[in-house]
Design a protein around this ligand. Sequence first.
Ligand code: ATP
Ligand code: MG
Length: 222
Amino acid sequence: MILLVGGEKGGAGKSCMAQNIAVHITQKHNANVLMVDCDPQRTTSDWIQARNEDPNLPTINCIQLYGKIRNDLLGLDQRFDYVIVDCGGQDNLAMRAAMSVATYVLLPLRPKRRDLKTLPHMEDMLSTCKMVNPKMVAAVVITQCPSLPNQYKRILEAKEVVESFGLRALNAVTFSRNIYDDSEEQGSSVLEIEPDGKAAIEIRAICDELLAIPPENSYELN
Ligand SMILES: Nc1ncnc2c1ncn2[C@@H]1O[C@H](COP(=O)(O)OP(=O)(O)OP(=O)(O)O)[C@@H](O)[C@H]1O
Ligand SMILES: [Mg+2]
């Protein structure tokens, strides 16, 4: 199964989400997971390198691919249980290629205007890719949410904006927590640093909600 974590907005949390999802799937399903890093910044490749230096952390495989990666992904899908693609905003071609074969596309966005402004173009790209990949399930996850109760409205408003573009917004979100940044530094994940912590619960909720959506019932795009 191919799961793409994508989107155009820098810093929205794509790499962080892809890495934590990879750890969750490895742990929960004892699965053979491959990460594909399509970002020339090599964020996920660097994370894997740091991870492989720590013998206490289970190994996750990672390769870098750029550009027209559709056939590469289809081949890798045969060899791995889960192929998790981290697409930086820079490689638009790789993102579209991954969307054309992915079963799940997860788009992290912060509840901020500049992130939400990328939605019209993302919706356009998704609906084009859906013509060749009708089974694809696409969802937006709101990330780095402010935890102050009086800011809660912002999260709900962001979800409404997502839905106004005919896209699905997951109920599960991530709140802004230092543990996301701290775990990355060590090649680790929030699930490994604090397995019962709030961030770990967020990641498990996001994965479980996304993967529970059956491909054949994918949301109709306008
Ligand atoms: N929920 C969160 N709370 C706090 N910090 C977070 C959270 N999610 C991600 N971050 C941090 O935000 C920063 C940007 O995240 P990340 O690198 O995953 O974004 P990205 O979308 O992959 O960016 P790019 O477009 O540059 O690839 C990182 O330092 C990461 O640790
Ligand atoms: Mg990234």
